[in-house]
Design a protein around this ligand. Sequence first.
Ligand code: SF4
Length: 316
Amino acid sequence: MKTQTTNILEVTGTVLNIQRYCSHDGPGTRTNVFIKGCSLRCKWCGNPESIRLKPEVSYDPQKCDGKKCSICLKAPFPEGGFYFAEGDDSKVKVNWQLASRVSSEIASLCPTGALEMFGKTMNVGEVLDEVEKDSSIYRNTGGGMTISGGEVMLQPDFAAALLEEAHNRGINTAVETACNAPWSFLEKVLPHVDTMLHDLKLMNSERHKKWTGVGNERILANFKKAYETFPDIDFIARTPLIPGVNADEEHIRAVLEFIKPHKNVIDYELLPYHRFGLGKYESLGVVYELDDYKTPSDEVVKRFQVMIDEAFGRNK
Ligand code: SF4
């Protein structure tokens, strides 16, 4: 007969990667477990490989041997998924619609690593065994495990089981979420959370829809309900700060007005926009739409930080 603990260990989900020694996603030094699947389409997304729920193939032309190899032009690769452009057989081109059928077994036939998979199925036991390797670091720094995405709430059973098992092993837990999911999903996950980092990207619903693909009504309602239903969670609000999108006083004030009545929202962090994820767009055959947008200046970030510190009574 299986015990309840055994059942938790066997719950599976799609993991993008596990990153050790992280210091920005919750208290202390942490291990971040990135899981796949997102219900937003933020135009600035730095992790496009986390958007789809299932594992997917990526292609790095720098590593491709072209005609010398040609393995992906034959079965078991999907017919027409990979081909040479006329007059150039130095690198393959990709028909992304057909290439999406490539499994991890098939991708592994590429001898140079030009074809790789983003994401793999793992169970809770496998993930926690990896996370637990740094238990002594968590104890010394007050750290633990953070589940990030993608959107954590889109794999609610897996996320809840990961967090519950982390608590079973004495590991502090955090999630990084935008909460664009049904409340019934959040209800499964939040009882096992110590810290919730949550994005307030845009407070105006129409603008939120323009930049992320969906309005923010459900998201804001979920945040409010979470603050009220789970008083013991430390909530930390965050804004990815992008000039021309939300790097303005109006947005910062609106966020502060939203969070300040709730005493368990313990901080508000700014995440200045960066362009680190751009190479990944090409390797997935996706167009990056925010080409002309810049990182906010230090001066702008400092000005907003002063507003936040004042609101949290830190400017005395
Ligand atoms: S199998 Fe890999 S290295 Fe060979 S042609 Fe295809 S992508 Fe290039």
